[in-house]
Design a protein around this ligand. Structure first.
Ligand code: KIV
Length: 271
């Protein structure tokens, strides 16, 4: 039996044990009650209430506009749908970068107002002080290195990060700093697979990759991408498990037809 099926609830301890045992960790994003309920029942280990909600739920071009109040709304909805998985909630842009006091205040709001189990924030050495302060308060923190979408205007592109030696070296150092600061795990986004493998082996905490290859301790995908709701986004790292866009379009087209032709509702569908 696997560690993931043995436990009643997934905790940071479970994730740690999974890493030690070489058992891969599955993570997916969710932003509402109904999908969270399905993902939890399907056996997902971690739900990430990502600030990608800014893109896939609100239609913004970047993750920058979403507010702390909006993240709290999404996270509280997700938590009401789950029973056993671990919930990570993104601290949105502008809610933690100012100073460690602001970061702690935002993290406490997430924990108190959503019932989520941990927070995630982007960055390395520059957010270490904030991470320590949040962890010292008893809040589990997940780090996020590599492509960090909240810094998109600094990078200017969503291309693969840390291909050059200097950036790869900084990323390796940052990963160790985040572990020392008390992070229980780190998301590695869009970096070369060999680098992600090296980082994963150098850490005792799990790494969760997105576009970072198979040597990470777990994988995360944005639900709208893997379920084919958002079919325009086709990066190389994405495996699309469903074409919901096509299926939902077909269902709604049929519904429109049935209403127009007076086929719906029929005798048995009315009182
Ligand atoms: O916001 C998000 O969905 C994320 C994942 C891409 C890791 O941070």
């Amino acid at each position: 039996m696997s560690i993931h099926t043995e436990v009643k609830k997934i905790t940071t301890n479970t994730l740690q044990k999974m890493k030690a045992a070489g058992e891969k960790i599955s993570m997916i994003t969710a932003y509402d009650y109904s999908f969270a309920k399905i993902f939890d029942a399907a056996g997902i280990d971690i739900i990430l209430v990502g600030d990608s909600a800014s893109n896939v739920m609100a239609g913004h071009e970047t993750t920058l506009p979403i507010t702390l109040d909006q993240m709290i709304y999404h996270a509280a909805s997700v938590v009401r749908g789950i029973d056993r998985c671990f919930v990570v909630v993104d601290l949105p842009f502008g809610s933690y970068q100012g100073n460690s006091k602001e970061a702690l205040h935002s993290a406490i709001r997430i924990m108190k107002e959503t019932g989520g189990h941990s927070i995630k924030l982007e960055g390395g050495q520059e957010v270490v002080e904030s991470i320590k302060r949040i962890v010292d308060t008893g809040i589990p923190v997940m780090g996020h290195l590599g492509l960090t979408p909240q810094s998109i205007y600094k990078f200017g592109t969503y291309a693969v990060r840390a291909k050059e030696e200097a950036e790869a070296e900084k990323l390796k150092k940052d990963a160790l700093l985040l572990q020392e600061a008390g992070c229980f795990g780190i998301v590695l986004e869009k970096i070369p697979a060999t680098l992600a493998g090296e980082v994963s082996r150098s850490l005792s905490i799990p790494t969760i990759g997105i576009g970072a290859g198979g040597a990470c301790d777990g994988q995360v995908l944005v639900m709208h991408d893997m379920l084919g709701i958002n079919v325009e986004f086709k990066p190389r790292f994405l495996r699309q498990y469903l074409n919901m866009y096509e299926q939902v379009t077909g269902a709604v087209q049929q519904y429109v037809k049935d209403v127009k032709s007076n086929d719906f509702p029929n005798e048995s569908e009315q009182y």
